[in-house]
Design a protein around this ligand. Sequence first.
Ligand code: ADP
Length: 394
Amino acid sequence: MSAHVLTLNAGSSSLKFGVFALAEGPEPRAAGLIERIGGSPALHLRDAAGTAIAPGEDPAGATDQAGAVGLVLRLVARHFPDGEIAAVGHRVVHGGPDHAGPARLSDDVLAGLERFVPFAPLHQPHNLAGARAARAAFPEALQVACFDTSFHRNHPWVNDTFALPRRFYDRGVRRYGFHGLSYDYIAGELARSAPLLHSGRVVVAHLGNGASMCGLLGGRSVASTMGFSALDGLPMGTRCGQLDPGVVLYLMDQEGMTTAELADLLYLESGLKGLSGMANDMRALEASEAPAAREAIDYFTFRIRRELGGLAAALGGLDALVFCGGIGENSRLVRAEVCRGMQWLGIELDRARNEANARIISADLSRTHVMVIPTDEEIVIARAAAAMLGEGAA
Ligand code: ADP
């Protein structure tokens, strides 16, 4: 038997998972997705090279996270009969004020994380349901929680607070920031491949369905566009991004909207989807001739430029801008629009490199480096779980 790490990312109706061999590193062996959990579930499985594997298991039983984790258990037994799952690493969106790194998922830690369900009602309950199911399905494995908030926990106070009375800060109403696993990965990649830039002032734009930006100083997060919830900052596929809180008060008072209706509006009906009136998907917007689709892209890229200026101010300048996430890694249009008119920040894009999706897309003479680095949140989780296993064995 050889030791493996399983990574789990449990969402409202999906479960993403990865299988990693521990011997070399950890090294990815397979990645999978169970979608439409609770509806008519579908299962996709790929090997490390990205080639589809026929799963050979019926996903029909994945009616909830427990059913989905049970399906993963059967898949692991079928496809990795030589493998033993020594650790399960969980993506958990919210670690609250105290978790500045991964945590062993004991009963106490799990109970503590329940307290943050009201902070992230659309993500945290599903993450924790996945964690509970995995503890039952893999009782011998070390269970490790990796938080999207941890990477930002050492923000200076001015980037950690809102200007509310102090008691709210003490009760946990803070600017937590998210996408920390992605930023952690990018910081590690910079340290490995561009140590000079890593030691400097870097803004990372994680642009996917969820989108945020992070200012890194010497590889550590100093400021982020996301705040208390995953709603703040940039507009996203279906989330509004930065919004005057007066709008929420108005919608409650004058339009009689309930909390549930507001959550639906702000999380699911706004952003690119709300502005375009057609799609949350950047590819669909880029392909569309409709003026509203173009306007949605304009708003998205304008807000990124604004935040870039703000984060550069927080960092005292800019040495590199890094794009990642599905849009950041693929959309030439979005990258070109973000960099347009940014010469004042030392940014000079090279058109051909941008079109080619090269790793460095700035011109040779650009004072600020502009890079595209594919992110990998799963490997960050797998490494954290492997490290904790190592500590346990020591
Ligand atoms: P998630 O936050 O769900 O992980 P992803 O990081 O996968 O999201 O990003 C999804 C987004 O990336 C979608 O808006 C999708 O349209 C966009 N995207 C993926 N490929 C391309 C492409 N070639 N051109 C433009 N946008 C793309």
